[in-house]
Design a protein around this ligand. Structure first.
Ligand code: PMV
Length: 335
């Protein structure tokens, strides 16, 4: 069986050259067809493909510079090396660099408002992987960066491009065919609204939630095939520029994912009463003609997708929602 260290050693040529200063931005992303379930935990391989939309200017900027001692500054705060989030970062850096790596100063900043309550592991591990590649001038193809970032977080595979991105589950035992690529069809009117319900840390990590669901939910068995079909249908709708089909499929896919969790024993419940209240309001407005759809991840917040002509209606229903144009110009230094 191949280990994570062997995969990195096979793709990142060693010895590494001396690091230079590098600064990279990677966008966050939201899955329209969800990744839920791992076929291999050690290699972080998914049971199904997924398709996302990147969040334009919302993401993570990471700067890496040579240093005398290791340091990690996250959102202007120096992190202890053994703090859980920092430990994940250093484990990843060690995997990328191999033995005897030089000390590094890493500075990482999220442009995602904390109030939006969005997880930042997708953009965080994509920016970290791309910054390591730039700092050590390893010049890896984006597909390889995406494959390697998977070891930090599955959703990070999709954060190397703007717009629509598909992560193929792949079939190889060593996971070298499990990475993402862009779906180069722009829908310039596409908009996202983040309706924040709960901005605190999540009660259960996505890894724990999906592992428990796969192990105990009687509704999980049909999920991988359903998710694969949804992914293909959403991709076709993107290419066709058919927003209504895309939106309905994305909402159905998210609710089906949450249904697999609710049937787990005991249930995995990320949605809160307020999430359901947002859905009720949305569905009532949709009956009155609004073309907007919802998607929810491993948390209580609700993300709406719609087209620009509906922006004013969405804003009047959810005045505190943050509206994102995923096709606005990316920030300088973006992947
Ligand atoms: O890869 P993670 O640990 O960020 O898990 C992502 C899980 C979902 O957000 C629920 C779905 C997805 O495809 O992003």
């Amino acid at each position: 069986m191949t280990s994570a260290a062997e995969i990195f050693a096979a793709h990142v040529s060693r010895p590494l050259s001396a690091p230079v200063e590098a600064n990279v931005f990677a966008p966050s992303n939201i899955a329209l067809s969800k990744y839920w379930g791992k076929r291999d935990k050690a290699l972080n391989l998914p049971l199904n493909s997924s398709l996302s939309i990147s969040l334009g200017q919302w993401g993570t900027e990471t700067r890496i510079a040579p240093a005398d001692v290791d340091s990690l500054v996250f959102n202007a705060e120096l992190m202890a090396k053994d703090a859980p989030a920092a430990a994940k970062v250093w484990t990843f850096v060690d995997l990328f660099c191999g033995d005897n790596r030089p000390a590094l100063a890493i500075e990482t900043t999220n442009s995602i408002p904390t109030a939006a309550g969005l997880a930042s592991s997708a953009s965080g591990f994509a920016a970290l992987t791309a910054a390591l590649d730039a700092a050590f001038q390893t010049d890896l193809p984006k597909a390889t960066l995406s494959m390697l970032a998977r070891f930090g977080s599955g959703s990070a595979t999709r954060s190397f491009w703007h717009g629509f991105v598909r992560w193929d589950a792949g079939q190889a035992d060593d996971g070298t065919d499990s990475y993402a690529y862009p779906i180069d069809a722009a829908l310039p009117d596409f908009r996202i609204a983040i309706v924040a319900v709960d901005t605190g840390p999540k009660a259960q990590s996505s890894t724990d939630g999906m592992t428990h669901t796969v192990a105990t939910s009687p509704l999980y068995a049909p999920w991988p095939a359903r998710a694969e079909a949804d992914c293909a249908a959403i991709e076709a709708a993107v290419w066709a520029g058919d927003f209504a089909t895309l939106g309905q499929l994305a909402e159905d896919n998210a609710l089906a994912m949450h249904a697999t969790m609710m049937a787990a024993r005991p249930a995995v419940t990320y949605l809160k009463p307020q999430s359901w209240a947002v859905l009720d309001t949305l569905w009532a407005a949709r009956r009155d003609g609004l073309q907007a759809f919802a998607t929810m991840d491993a948390g209580a917040n609700v993300k709406l997708i719609f087209e620009d002509p509906s922006t004013a209606d969405v804003q009047s229903l959810f005045p505190d929602a943050q509206i994102i144009n995923p096709f606005e110009a990316p920030p300088a230094g973006s992947v």
